[in-house]
Ligand binder design. Structure first.
Ligand code: APR
Length: 238
């Protein structure tokens, strides 16, 4: 059954590119994380089993950088949309820049740097805010080593069905700063309604998803323009 789109509902789907102008590295750009690290060495359950300290050090560094970073104009513009719309941010990012910019409904499908959890069981989340490091030997009350609350390659992503559902009823979809190369996260966009307005903002993209208008450039410059258009007359500014 096709869901009815809500004219006042927007979904913003983001990737590392929206945080690039806050000084945080993306993954696949020339200076990206996966050009400096072997992802198999730091972002898989196997890496965790072999050398947890190496994995902890990788995420401790990223947690510290994320804590020191500030939201940029793109994050702030997305938050400003809430003045007139219900805005669901679905992000692949593990920083909390959307929340710090003021967005109130943020779904993290790849986890969050500011939390740790048990490496053994589904445990409560432990806040490791302010860039705090998780050390080898930090254990939780079930006696297991704490791990970053991050989805590693090969693990299930979080909130997949919920995210797809939100896409079905959004009348506007704004995709910002993602290469759309990682699944199943990129499949979330398949939930979009055919009659929703769809814009994708990125510096470069191998293939523009069907039905999307591509705006090439920097998120911090392009996103505020689009947001102002939607807030002033409902039409995205060119
Ligand atoms: N403004 C807009 N877009 C930008 C900017 C910018 N300032 N800087 C980079 N980009 C674009 C790049 O052109 C690219 O299309 O952002 C995208 C970043 O792509 P990736 O580095 O692949 O990051 P992302 O799509 O978020 O990766 C998805 O892969 O490794 C996993 O878990 C990791 O969540 C991550 C997932």
């Amino acid at each position: 059954m096709l869901s009815q789109t809500n004219p006042k509902k927007i979904v913003v789907f983001t990737g590392a590119g929206i945080s690039a102008e806050s000084g945080l590295q993306t993954f696949r750009d020339s200076d990206g994380l996966w050009n400096n690290y072997q992802l198999e060495e730091v972002a898989t359950p196997k890496a965790w089993a072999i050398h947890p300290e190496v994995v902890l050090a990788f995420y401790n560094e990223r947690r510290k950088q994320a804590f020191e970073a500030q939201p940029n104009a793109a994050h702030k513009a997305v938050a400003k949309l809430e003045e007139q719309y219900e805005v669901i941010v679905i992000t692949q990012n593990v920083d909390d820049l959307h929340e710090r910019a003021g967005s109130t409904q943020v779904i993290h499908v790849h986890g969050e740097l500011k939390y740790a959890r048990s490496s053994k069981y589904d445990s409560p989340l432990f806040l490791y805010d302010k860039g705090k490091a998780i050390q080898f030997g930090d254990i939780c009350d079930n006696g297991s080593q704490l791990r970053p609350h991050i989805v590693w390659f090969g693990e299930h992503i979080h909130h997949y069905e919920l995210s797809k559902k939100h896409l079905e009823t959004a009348s506007k979809i704004l995709v910002v700063g993602t290469s759309l190369l990682v699944y199943p996260a990129a499949h979330i966009l398949e939930g979009a309604s055919i009659d929703a307005e769809k814009i994708i903002v990125t510096q470069q993209l191998d293939k523009t998803p069907p039905g999307y208008e591509l705006r090439k450039g920097n998120a911090a410059a392009l996103v505020p323009n689009i947001v102002d258009g939607w807030l002033n007359n409902g039409k995205a500014a060119i």
